[in-house]
Structure formats: structure tokens, C-alpha cells
Write a protein that binds this ligand. Sequence first.
Ligand code: PTJ
Length: 256
Amino acid sequence: MTRIPVEHPRYESLITRERIVEGVQIGITSKQGLIAQGRGETFDYLLGERTTTTAAYAERAAVALLLLAHNPIISVNGNVAALVPDQIVALSDVTGAPLEVNLFHRSDARMHKIIEHLSAYGASDVLGKKGDGSLDLKHDRAIVDEVGIYSADVVLVPLEDGDRCSALIAMGKNVITIDLNPLSRTSLSSTVSIIDNITRAIPNMVQFAIEMKHNKTEELESIVDLYNNDKVLSSAMYEMSETLKNMSIERGIEWI
Ligand code: PTJ
């Protein structure tokens, strides 16, 4: 890994890049995952590289859904495994939602390496290898475990590529997504759309889960009932336009 000095103004962003590159080098992240990360970075820049108030509101609602679920599951792909392996295992532990590896660029070798990688961070019984369930999709993300994603009532799908989210919604599930693009098919179709970088969203959710774990069922239900996903999407777009406006003004460019 290239040494990045902590004083570097782009430290967090550069370290994240190093993690994704390392993920490719050790065979857990796809090369396409690098491009996905680059796309995410652009939206994060527009968002001001911070968790907005409405993103935190969505993260709390997502945790409430996971804690209320009878059969929750957390889907993991190559980018998630490279960026937040420790925190995704922690979220699984605190919410009781198992992890299932589900890949767009699926191969036995990557499945195996990701499961090994998560196990090294303390995960046990990672699902995904069985592949005895099927979603209504024409690509390898259709391959799921019967006891996992297939039968889950609440699914957390970070860094999605779009159509799986719709397929899961069509099956009557509640779907939580983490995607920095508020206009992606994923964000537009999910139950709770978290418009935040996964590197901030998952640690935030771990903290919320620790705080909310002993809340009464009615308290969690009320968080979910009051949740408004359209507000989250429109607020993310507003925040992005405000960041652009403020940056323009700071740099002496007239905002018209
Ligand atoms: O590991 P695999 O084989 O399952 O492949 C995973 C990728 C991510 C390559 C695959 O799902 C893919 O191609 O995804 P897309 O279509 O590029 O979509 C990824 C979405 O996640 C985009 O809307 C990005 O803006 C967003 N994104 C990228 N990095 C982050 C992110 N959102 C939150 N945090 C990030 N770090």
C-alpha cells in the first residue's frame, strides 16, 4: 500500500482508493469495482464528503428496520468487503443480520476469497456459496441462498447495480440501499435509500444499532412509520446543489 501522510488534505479519499486497489490485488474486488468507486467519489465530492442530516435520518430508519426484521440479511460484494470488512461484521453482530456474499461478477474463487476475508475479521457462517435460491434476474446476482436473501424480509444491499433492488422489492421485501447517487435506479426503488459513502454509513449504523438495540418495538416502529424516503432523495440533491453553489462562490465564480 502506498504510504499516505495523515496530513494530506485528501487523506481519507486516498486511503479509500488504496483499500479498493488492495481489494483487487488480493482478488476480492472486481476491476469494475474501481470504476464504481470512482463514480461514487464524484457524488461524494458533490455531497461535501460528509454524512448529511437526512443521510443520518435514513441510517437510523435502516437500523430500526433491521432490528425489527424477522429474517434480515446483509448482502456483501467485492467493494464492501474491501472497504468496510470490520464494520460490516460488527453491524451483522449487533443487529443479528447474517452476511451473504452476492456478486455481479461471480466466480467461485472470488466467493471463496471474500468469505475467507470476512472470516478473518471475525465473521462466522457467511452465506452465499450454496446458491440454492434464485431471483428473477438474468445475471449472476440472481444466485442467492434460500435461507438468506431469498427468504429475508429486510435486505441491506450496499453498492447495488440497480435491478436486483427492484426484484427484491417486487418480492415484497423491505430493501435498504447505500448508494451515493440519489438518482440511480437503486436509490429510486429502495425502501430506505442511504445517500452516503459506505465508509461513513456502515460505522454510523453500527453506532445507531448499539444505541437502539434495546429500544422498545413501538419506538422502532414509530421511527419506520415516520420515515419519508422522498424527503431523503430530494434533500440529497438539494445538498449537492448547495455544495456546488458554495464552492463556486468561494472560488469567485458567479452562481447564476
Ligand atoms: O463485487 P461485484 O462483482 O458484485 O461488483 C460490484 C460493483 C460495485 C462493481 C457493481 O455492483 C457495479 O458495477 O456497481 P455500479 O453499477 O457501478 O453501481 C455502484 C453504485 O454505488 C454507483 O451508483 C456509485 O455511485 C455508488 N458508489 C460507489 N462507491 C460508493 C458508492 N456508494 C456509496 N459508497 C461508496 N464508496
